[in-house]
Design a binder for this molecule. Structure first.
Ligand code: NAP
Length: 310
């Protein structure tokens, strides 16, 4: 493939940035990849395993001369990073991000983007429960959605160039309004994560079930909750703090449905439970038909982990 950006600066060198670095290198999409992360340890690992050609102690140094800058830090860290790099961005450069929430990131970053620099927010809907510079792999984005939320007046050429990169890294690209993105993600990712965190917390507090029983019989569904509930605490804290309205809206609806099912169980209303579970089964079939998961038993588990949307 051909080089799409001459110099890519990755700010934050965790799961998503390292997967991007591997994917760009595997396909020759970047002339040079440079990076910055908060800790000297992460920066050293990024050099050691060849994620970056060069690393810098500050984000401001890393973005100098870059034609693509990707903000791959937790959502809560975006504002300070944007303020730091703003004055150092090259004219004509594109700045994107990979944050799991879009409206809050746009509010935090946009004010620091100078005239002549294109800000195109994005969100790869792919992840694992692992984090850090060693957790990335080149195929993370294969056949997964990467949502871009450009403003109405975004430069078309800059948008198409970023779209080309995302495509070349293996992902499918779609554009979306930021508010709609945040609502959709509250349904498909954020609230399910909160429910998983809660369920694992419930098991932890349940005195009647000994720890060994919870672990021994965890393959009956609980295991998948524990995998999701082991996701990075910083990232998920920031997601809930910054996508508050949409998550509270969906949680309210969730609580209402839960009460309906709770009542059906209490009243012994088998028909209602059966109809409900029949509808949800159809949704699962739709996901498999859309190629977003496997129909293999136990989710086609072959190793200790599999990827998920995030
Ligand atoms: P990660 O593996 O935890 O890595 C985060 C990186 O950001 C680390 O390199 C960390 O540096 C760096 N960092 C944190 N605060 C910083 C600061 N103030 N200044 C400079 N560097 C800083 O995170 P990730 O999973 O790649 O997530 C990154 C972004 O992608 C988040 O916004 C998240 O919402 C989004 N996202 C995540 C997933 C997922 O499943 N993980 C999926 C889609 C989108 P140190 O290592 O030195 O601490």
């Amino acid at each position: 493939m051909t080089v799409i950006y001459q110099k890519v600066a990755l700010i934050g060198l965790g799961l998503i940035a390292s997967s991007m670095a591997h994917a760009m290198r595997a396909k020759g999409l970047a002339g040079q990849i440079v990076g910055h992360a908060k800790s000297a340890e992460t920066r050293a690992v990024a050099l050691e395993i060849g994620l970056c050609d060069q690393v810098f102690a500050t984000a401001a140094e890393a973005v100098a001369g870059a034609d693509l800058v990707v903000l791959a830090v937790p959502v809560g860290a975006m504002a300070a990073i944007a303020a730091e790099i703003g004055p150092h961005l090259a004219a004509g450069a594109t700045v994107s991000d990979v944050g799991s929430v879009k409206q809050a990131v746009i509010a935090a970053v946009q004010p620091h983007i100078p005239m002549g620099v294109h800000f195109i927010p994005g969100h790869p809907m792919a992840g694992t429960e692992y984090s850090g510079p060693r957790s990335g792999f080149a195929t993370l984005f294969d056949n997964r959605w990467w949502l871009l939320t450009p403003a109405a007046d975004t430069d078309n050429q800059a948008l198409n160039r970023l779209r080309d990169l995302v495509h070349a890294m293996g992902a499918k690209v779609d554009t979306m309004d930021p508010a709609h993105h945040d609502l959709v993600l509250a349904v498909v990712s954020h609230t399910p994560h909160l429910i998983a965190y809660t369920m694992v917390g419930v098991a932890d507090h349940l005195a009647q079930v000994s720890n060994s029983e919870v672990i021994q019989y965890s393959a009956t569904g609980f295991r998948d909750f524990t995998r999701i509930a082991s996701s990075d605490p910083t990232m998920w804290r920031d997601v809930f703090l910054t996508n508050k309205d949409a998550v509270l809206d969906i949680l309210g609806r969730f609580a209402e449905e839960l009460f309906v099912l709770q009542r059906a169980i209490r009243m012994g209303d088998g028909d209602q439970l059966f109809d409900y579970f029949t509808r949800t089964r159809a949704i699962r079939r739709g996901i498999i038909e859309a190629g977003q998961d496997t129909s293999a038993p136990d989710f086609g588990r072959v190793g200790p982990s599999k990827t998920h949307d995030a």
